[in-house]
Write a protein that binds this ligand. Structure first.
Ligand code: IPE
Ligand code: IPE
Ligand code: MG
Length: 246
């Protein structure tokens, strides 16, 4: 049920680049991992807020393919946080009938993180939604390469023809195959870049950059972003006049 602030113009799919955990910790003279722990605690708070706003798909960028380059101890801590997040919240996701999905290459994750993740995805797969999508070991360029490889194999096998390839058919090879494109992309912590996130799916997404660090980004911050979205005019290449004519 959407609340009145977003009525009529609720983004169906909101994707968030959860950034600023490290700076949150540094500001408090804490180790970076404490910032990540705080960031994980914030996830359920935002999932609840998104539900209240009537958002159908919430995608959270949790770990990029480039994040493997961080110090091994930080990567290890992030993988253990993912495991404990699922240990703590998988039952709550089921209770709330939230469907969990993952985009990214799970095969590269350590078993202790991958197994509970796959289990939670399987347990919630038949819920009609709302859907929480975790982008883990995700990179848009890797996603495109995976899609091209899968498509090329179909062509080689004679099951697809380049002559009939359109965006509709190509997008079925992406990790996001049966999801709508994001309407709104939020990045916290003041950075204004996409960092290899949903580059193709964001073709017509509205962008919203918040200075707030992820652990402090609460339901009111999300409502602000949704309100800003509701006031944007999405033209999809047309003129403003054309939109107002119909
Ligand atoms: C985002 O916070 C979480 C991940 C990328 C896993 P950061 O760890 O990037 O925080 P900053 O950017 O260093 O503040
Ligand atoms: C993007 O944040 C990835 C996630 C939020 C998971 P980063 O902090 O890794 O991005 P850069 O390196 O500052 O661009
Ligand atoms: Mg960062």
């Amino acid at each position: 049920m959407s609340d009145d602030l977003s009525s009529g113009n609720t983004p169906r799919h909101v994707a968030i680049i959860m950034d600023g955990n490290g700076r949150w910790a540094r500001q408090r003279n804490l180790p970076r991992v404490d910032g990540h722990r705080k960031g994980v605690e914030n996830v359920l708070r935002i999932v609840d807020a998104a539900n209240k706003l009537g958002i159908e798909y919430l995608t959270l960028y949790a770990f990029s393919v480039e994040n493997w380059q961080r110090p091994a101890a930080e990567v290890d801590a992030l993988m253990h946080l993912l495991e404990s997040f699922l240990g703590q919240y998988a039952a709550e996701l089921v209770e709330k009938h939230i469907r969990l999905r993952v985009i990214g290459n799970l095969a590269a994750l350590p078993e202790h993180a991958r197994a509970p993740l796959e289990k939670a995805v399987a347990t919630t797969a038949d819920f009609p939604g709302p859907t929480l999508v975790l982008a883990i070991n995700y990179g848009a360029r890797t996603e495109v390469l995976d899609a091209v490889r899968a498509y090329a194999r179909e062509v080689q096998a004679g099951r697809a023809s380049p002559d009939t390839l359109g965006w509709e058919s190509f997008s079925r090879y992406l990790y996001t195959r049966d999801m709508p494109d994001p309407d709104l992309i939020i990045r916290t912590s003041g950075e204004t870049r996409l960092s290899n996130f949903l580059l193709l799916q964001s073709a017509y997404a509205e962008m919203y950059f918040s200075p707030v660090l992820w652990p402090d980004f609460d339901g009111a911050c999300l409502a602000d972003a949704v309100r800003a979205f509701a006031n944007r005019e999405r033209r999809f290449g047309k003129t403003g006049e054309q939109l107002r004519e119909k």
